[in-house]
Design a protein around this ligand. Structure first.
Ligand code: PA5
Length: 435
């Protein structure tokens, strides 16, 4: 694969200096050592580092299952929330056509269990009626409410449609190897199961069966995604700031945060990357936001949001910085046609492609925001394909681990997400929860 992912940080140089970067060398070194030597907080959750290198015993079973679903199903309903859902959806949406009818692959992948919205579930059930359906229910704990209740409904629909015996064959469970209600149910019902390794947390699990099953069913080559991740893992295997993209990105973010830039906008100029930003937000928000610290991760879709949030970014509170995600080369470009009468005055763009114009829009935005006091950096992706996405995923995962240790927090736990759950359980009268 030619080209490389790179990080252009010219537009932060007015805000942080090279000596600022040199001053955090030791911090970066220390953070890298905590990861390498597995001695930092949350060290028992570093299994994601090795996912691209693994020669999984489950591979023949995995391939057979994917092949069977691809052969038979019109639809795969993937049920999960947070880390059990966002990774797969981000890769699938990035690599499939914008509209299913424009050559989207069969089976189509639909999602459930990531909300408690009855209207959504009702519509989904209508959509899949009379379609040949398979289900992948994904939950590491096996006890999460949202996917749990969605699965109850979808399981009933499957049993009603296919009968109990056939429904069982069409339900795949991805869960812990021994714990949780889903594991117990899967064993009792005899579902095909895939294991989420103990040492891999939800938001770091996209390169495990959690992400790889739906991704493969969507016709994306998991091996290519993993190869990208593996190549990136090898590139990031050093402690340097300037020769290690993850350290550089983590270091720049850390310094910007010290200078009061506490909100990061991941900004894409490509519709297909909207969901990738959702995955990134969970990865960074859940990993860093604790002990009163952390950069708040937000996302914007340009150029659309330049017409809504652009004003704030240019001119509002100066606590923002931006990370642009730019795809350098695209296929299927569209050219602006020449019009003799030039009624709209746009002939100056005739002969230019949308991609060329989009790139100029990005450059114009980066310049304007920098001069408005918003430092920005750009991650360049040579193309939008499985290989480069594999690299990007691993890069962001490694960078957030380094970053979390630089902030002095445990990047691998998420104690804060329990607070709303306890309240909800109390309100709903869950047995064993105090009123
Ligand atoms: O990153 C995490 O650990 C969480 O976002 C979980 O993935 C999410 O809460 C879903 O949990 P589970 O897979 O146990 O259903």
């Amino acid at each position: 694969m030619s080209g490389t992912i790179n990080l252009d940080f010219d537009n932060v140089k007015d805000f942080i200096s090279e000596s600022d970067l040199n001053s955090i060398e030791e911090k970066i070194y220390h953070a890298n050592n905590l990861i390498k030597e597995k001695t930092g907080p949350g060290k028992e959750y570093l299994g994601w580092l090795d996912l691209p290198f693994q020669n999984d015993d489950d591979i023949p079973k995995f391939n057979e299952t994917v092949e069977e679903i691809r052969l038979e199903a019109d639809v795969l309903i993937s049920i999960g929330i947070g880390g059990s859902y966002l990774g797969a959806r981000s890769v699938i949406e990035a690599l499939q056509p914008n509209f299913i009818s424009c050559g989207g692959t069969r089976p189509q992948i639909h999602y459930a269990g990531f909300n408690i919205d009855s209207g959504y579930l009702t519509d989904l059930l209508k959509l899949v009626k009379n379609k040949n359906c398979w289900v992948n229910v994904i939950s590491k704990s096996g006890t999460t409410t949202e996917p749990g209740i969605a699965f109850r409904v979808i399981k009933s629909m499957m049993e009603k449609t296919y009968g109990k015996a056939l429904a069982r064959k069409r339900i795949i469970a991805t869960t812990d190897h021994s714990r949780g209600a889903l594991k117990q149910m899967a064993d009792q019902e005899g579902y095909t199961t895939f294991v989420i390794p103990d040492n891999v947390g939800g938001r770091f699990s996209v390169l495990s069966p959690v992400g790889l099953l739906p991704i493969s069913v969507a016709g994306i080559h998991a091996k290519v995604l993993l190869n990208g991740a593996l190549d990136m893992a090898e590139k990031l295997n050093n402690n340097s700031i300037f020769d290690n993209l993850a350290n550089l990105y983590a270091g720049i973010r850390y310094l910007l945060y010290q200078k009061g830039k506490s909100i990061e906008l991941l900004a894409n100029f490509s519709n297909k990357l909207m969901f990738f930003a959702e995955w990134w937000k969970q990865l960074y928000g859940e990993s860093e936001g604790k002990d009163g610290k952390g950069i708040f991760p937000a996302s914007v879709n340009f150029t659309a949001d330049l017409h809504s949030l652009g004003q704030y970014i240019q001119d509002g509170r100066r606590d923002l910085f931006e990370t642009f995600l730019i795809v350098d080369h695209i296929d299927n470009d569209v050219m602006v046609p020449d019009k003799k009468n030039n009624l709209d005055g746009l002939n100056y763009l005739a002969g230019k492609t949308f991609h060329e114009i989009n790139i100029q829009a990005y450059k114009a935005t980066a310049m304007a925001h920098k001069s408005g006091g918003v430092p920005n950096m750009t991650i360049h992706l040579p193309e939008l394909n499985a290989y480069w996405l594999g690299q990007l995923i691993y890069f962001f995962e490694k960078a957030v681990a380094v970053s979390g240790y630089m902030f002095g927090i445990n990047p691998f736990d998420q104690p804060g997400v329990e607070a709303y759950k306890q309240n909800m359980f109390r309100l709903l009268g869950k047995p064993g929860i105090k009123k």
